[in-house]
Design a protein around this ligand. Structure first.
Ligand code: HEC
Length: 251
């Protein structure tokens, strides 16, 4: 019994100060339709989420791992993808004269970062770097639940908190002060399907979109998993029958 008590004491001592230093609210746990072993992405939410990314987040955040042609997978047809890609200017080159030039985007281009370099990004954002969002749902503890909580979590600071210049209060962010002003405001975008663009709706949709961006092959992976388990079940049955047959005469 003694070692267990000592271990419990150690854990309690180690856990105490760490909790106090962490000082963040744990993210909301969200039940995503794409969660669980059989979950699939909600196509309508993905398309709305893309719109939120494009019209709001893309002003500060890149999405470098995603190419325009990947948008096919969330239900945009080829003509739509071409139009979306052509909306942006992409630097290409060098040409025969050795010069770089700008051209309209193509479906094979990736989403570019809105800033020329990290220094420019920091200079425009009060010294803070807006991270690339391609893998963000994988890169943060709490995943999509954290992103959703962060986007919907802005509050007025409690009286005892003094915000540094240019910072906003968000209890889900480490340290509770974040250099990103609340990015979502009621009605910031207009959804083609008539869904009302409330803050929670937009946060839900854009988080779904970012979950897809981080793992576009998720549905294929889950389908493969189901097939593999079915195969193993059948194989187990066959092997069991063989075993019974082989050993039938041995007593
Ligand atoms: C005006 C610029 C701006 C816009 C628009 C913006 N962000 Fe940010 N974002 C930032 C900055 C700056 C940071 C870094 C904050 C910090 O480190 O304090 C950040 C950080 C983040 C983070 C990382 C938080 C963490 O845990 O490190 C996420 C996630 C995020 N933004 C998501 C979004 C989403 C989703 C949108 C669109 C709905 C969006 N942002 C729109 C500037 C912006």
């Amino acid at each position: 019994m003694r070692p267990i008590a000592a271990l419990a004491l150690c854990l309690a001592l180690a856990g105490g100060p760490a909790l106090a230093a962490g000082d963040t609210t744990p993210p909301k746990s969200v039940d995503w339709p794409h969660g669980g072993p059989f979950g699939t992405f909600d196509r309508a939410a993905l398309q709305r989420g893309f719109l939120v990314y494009k019209q709001v987040c893309a002003a500060c955040h890149g999405l470098r791992q995603v190419a325009y042609r990947n948008l096919n997978e969330i239900g945009f047809n080829e003509a739509q993808v071409k139009v979306l890609a052509a909306e942006v200017e992409v630097q290409d080159g060098p040409n025969d004269q050795g010069e770089m030039f700008n051209r309209p985007g193509r479906p094979s281009d990736r989403f570019r970062s809105p800033f020329a370099n990290p220094q420019a990004a920091r200079a425009a954002n009060n010294g803070a770097l807006p991270p690339d969002l391609s893998l963000i749902t994988k890169a943060r503890a709490g995943g999509g639940g954290y992103i959703y909580s962060l986007l919907t979590g802005y509050r007025n600071p409690p009286a005892e908190v003094k915000l540094a210049e240019g910072m906003s209060y968000n209890p889900y962010f480490a340290g509770r002060q974040i250099a990103m002003a609340p990015p979502l405001n009621e009605g910031a975008v207009e959804f083609a399907d008539g869904t009302k663009a409330g803050v929670e709706q937009m946060a839900w949709d854009v988080t779904t979109f970012l979950a897809w961006a981080a793992e576009p092959e998720m549905e294929a992976r889950k389908r493969m998993g189901v097939k593999v388990i079915l195969f193993l079940l059948v194989l187990t049955g066959v092997l069991y029958a063989v075993k019974r047959k082989v050993w039938a005469e041995v007593h």
